[in-house]
Design a protein around this ligand. Structure first.
Ligand code: SF4
Length: 170
């Protein structure tokens, strides 16, 4: 007599994790939501060292109002900030201070170099022994803002560019 073989069920164990088709979609969507939330609630640590700081303060004032874009809460403590805005000249003596502030910020953290001095040493690039020739000699920079000083519109553009960068991240 012919005995028909019953197909075996795949063995499963309690608590076993099986791959779900399309599971990647959920993770990708979650990434997008987290990045969207993160990019819209950036708390800046203000590191104003000279003239560019005046334009940075102006960007926060009622006329330009960076809080419209989610940069509402400027912090004086690195432990409560996501993005450091370096606005002004960095002299050699300040280098270790900038590094320490950056190290104290929680991850993920971002850096904006505002103005020619923070970007490259600016007008002090030549013939000055005491100026750091760009913040990226000390910490990594995400967005550079050209100008001496940059106008508030330029800083707003940099902040929006940073938001776009964060939204595109994984
Ligand atoms: S870039 Fe120009 S305005 Fe800004 S800190 Fe340097 S000298 Fe001052």
């Amino acid at each position: 007599m012919d005995v028909k073989e019953i197909p075996k069920k795949p063995e499963t164990f309690p608590g076993e994790v099986h791959p779900t088709p399309g599971g990647g979609i959920l993770v990708t969507a979650l990434d997008d939501v987290i990045n969207w939330a993160r990019s819209n609630s950036l708390w800046p640590l203000v590191f104003g060292t000279s003239c560019c700081a005046i334009e940075m303060m102006s960007t926060a004032s009622a006329k330009y109002d960076w809080s419209r874009f989610g940069f509402e809460v400027a912090r004086a403590s690195p432990r409560q900030a996501d993005v450091i805005i370096i606005a002004g000249t960095i002299v050699n003596k300040m280098g270790p201070v900038l590094k320490r502030l950056y190290d104290q910020m929680p991850d993920p953290k971002y850096v904006i170099a505002m103005g020619a001095c923070a970007t490259s040493g600016g007008p002090f690039f030549y013939n000055t022994y005491s100026v750091v020739k760009g913040a990226d000699h000390i910490i990594p920079v995400d967005v550079y803002v050209a100008g001496c000083p940059p106008r508030p519109e330029a800083l707003l553009h940099a902040l929006i560019s940073l938001q776009e960068k964060i939204r595109g991240g994984k």
